[in-house]
Design a protein around this ligand. Structure first.
Ligand SMILES: [Zn+2]
Length: 206
């Protein structure tokens, strides 16, 4: 199986950001692209250390570059899939994000796995992530959600999931997201789930 791994945002389309908060006596504003970048870097590091690495294409390897826009990242995945003639059932696009209700502190918290509305294979993959991640990471499971307009879900030619790993707008949760430990745990759980999907490739019940 081939995995197309996406940071979700770069410095110039930074995604969500938190209000200022205190972390170990320092005031911090945490931008989503930094979280996504660190988690994806953790996944790549785990894979590089594996004796049997997965086939991972990092579609946003330079998240601080201006060039890493949504369309560019999707095009990297789509053109690689065509070039290598990868069957649809053997490719998965994974976009790593964190969530927010806006620039205010509020209660909503937890994990969501999004897929393109109408793609049963993507829905299956989203379900596997929803079963594997939130419990282990101590996040509330908000479940699997369908979208008909999220760019990377609609425009990728392969099954795709978008993972929202907690809320920037929840003070307790953003403090966890900010911590190196949590970022490493999230990378570990996503990577373990990718290894499981790789083993199960071709056996998805849809
Ligand atoms: Zn995002």
């Amino acid at each position: 199986m081939i995995f197309y791994l996406d940071n979700g945002h770069g410095r110039h389309q930074a995604g969500k950001r938190s209000l200022p908060f205190l972390y170990e006596d320092r005031e911090v504003v945490f931008e989503e692209w930094r979280f996504n970048r660190n988690v994806v870097a953790g996944i790549i590091a785990l894979n590089n250390a594996s004796p049997a690495p997965l086939d991972i294409v990092h579609v946003s390897p330079q998240p601080e570059d201006l060039g890493q826009w949504l369309g560019g990242r999707v095009a990297v995945a789509n053109s690689d899939m065509i070039r290598r003639q990868v069957p649809v059932g053997e490719a998965l696009f994974i976009s790593v994000h964190a969530n927010s209700v806006g620039l205010r502190w509020d209660d909503p918290s937890g994990f969501e796995a999004w897929h393109c509305k109408g793609s049963s294979l993507s829905e299956y993959y989203a379900g596997v992530f929803a079963n594997n991640l939130p419990g282990e990471l101590g996040l509330r499971n908000r479940g699997v959600k369908a979208s008909s307009d999220m760019y990377v879900l609609v425009n990728t030619h392969m099954p795709a999931v978008l993972l929202e790993l907690g809320f920037y707008s929840n003070l307790a949760e953003v403090k966890r997201l900010y911590s190196h430990d949590f970022q490493q745990q999230a990378a570990g759980r996503i990577y373990a789930t990718m290894r499981y999907l790789d083993e199960m490739a071709g056996k998805a019940p849809v």
